[in-house]
Design a protein around this ligand. Structure first.
Ligand SMILES: NC(=O)C1=CN([C@@H]2O[C@H](COP(=O)(O)OP(=O)(O)OC[C@H]3O[C@@H](n4cnc5c(N)ncnc54)[C@H](O)[C@@H]3O)[C@@H](O)[C@H]2O)C=CC1
Ligand SMILES: O=C(O)[C@@H]1CCC=N1
Length: 280
């Protein structure tokens, strides 16, 4: 087992984003990585794109070849994946799950090694945004440092406690989908109401969003001070804002109720899958 090699199990949407972010950041070279995927063709495509990147024949091979395994499969795919990894897992491995509806203690009970969670975000593709870290009971200071160092190459890693993991993930990982939906509605209504072209409105909104990111990045404004500064007393923005003030409060409370309910449902499904016999 190569102590400096990292295995990515599952090269779907998020697995490939994390892997490619590391490669593009030169944080890891292709030969420091090995990947596996249920559909091998998807992994082979990545290997063709990044010469030197190895594809494991199966999950036992990835566990024999890499000491850190980043698990990028969906919650109900864990049971089978763990079964496939199990023959090669040792106390010296480190497992990092990227999903939230698998409790770390539940995972620890299945494997001989330390486990941690790092929930990434699509923003990590641009080496920005945060990743949310939670550490299991077997994690040492050395593991922590290794995890922070790996994920700080592509994000700002932040430690969160289990109780706030879900809402934090709603804000950082689901957030880009929520915000882009709202902005898309802004574009659609601008087109419908005024006849501006879809492309023009999209360009204007995208540039506005990038500019807003810069204002926050450069700490020139906070979200409330930005609103205050744009709203000229007796001016036009205030008229528009008052419509939003009537419509938006409470919407995200319902969003979070729904995400938390789905999370609880996923946890239950995983629990009942894991407590019944794992299929061969
Ligand atoms: N999409 C996002 O923005 C984020 C997703 N996540 C979490 O990441 C997890 C994965 O999500 P996606 O990448 O979107 O799903 P996906 O379905 O695109 O990728 C999962 C991949 O795992 C592979 N796979 C399944 N079982 C396997 C096995 N036994 N061995 C090897 N490969 C296997 C599948 O072939 C697939 O390519 C989810 O739990 C999600 O909650 C976390 C943060 C952000
Ligand atoms: O939609 C999902 O389930 C995942 C969790 C965080 C972002 N995407």
């Amino acid at each position: 087992m190569d102590l400096n090699r990292i295995g990515v199990v599952g090269t779907g949407s998020m697995g490939s984003i994390v892997l490619e972010a590391w490669l593009k950041a030169n944080a890891l070279s292709p030969s420091q990585l090995i990947i596996s995927n249920r559909t091998p063709a998807k992994a082979e495509q990545l290997a063709e794109k990044y010469p030197g990147l190895a594809v494991a024949r199966d999950n036992a091979e990835i566990a024999r070849s890499a000491s850190i395994l980043v698990l990028c499969v969906k919650p109900l795919e864990y049971s089978l994946m763990l079964q496939q990894l199990s023959s090669a897992l040792t106390e010296d491995h480190l497992l990092i799950t990227i999903t939230s509806p698998i409790r770390l203690e539940q995972l620890e009970a299945q494997v001989p090694c330390p486990v941690a969670r790092v929930v990434p975000s699509i923003t990590n593709a641009a080496r920005s945004g945060v990743s949310l870290c939670e550490f299991g009971s077997r994690i040492t200071e050395e593991h922590r440092e290794r995890i922070f160092s790996l994920f700080s190459a592509i994000s700002h890693p932040i430690e969160v406690t289990e109780g706030f993991l879900r809402v934090s993930s709603d804000l950082t990982s689901c957030g880009p989908a929520f915000v882009s939906y709202i902005l898309q509605q802004m574009i659609e209504d601008a087109v419908k109401e005024t006849g501006i072209s879809h492309d023009a409105a999209t360009y204007l909104v995208s540039q506005m969003l990038i500019g807003m990111g810069e204002l926050l990045q450069q700490e020139l404004f906070t979200l409330p001070s930005l609103q205050q500064r744009v709203c000229v007393p007796g001016g036009i923005t205030g008229e528009g804002l008052s419509v939003l003030q009537g419509a938006i409060p409470g919407v995200f409370a319902e969003v979070f109720r729904r995400t938390h309910a789905k999370f609880a449902e996923d946890l239950e499904h995983v629990q009942s899958q894991w407590s019944s016999k794992v299929p061969d």
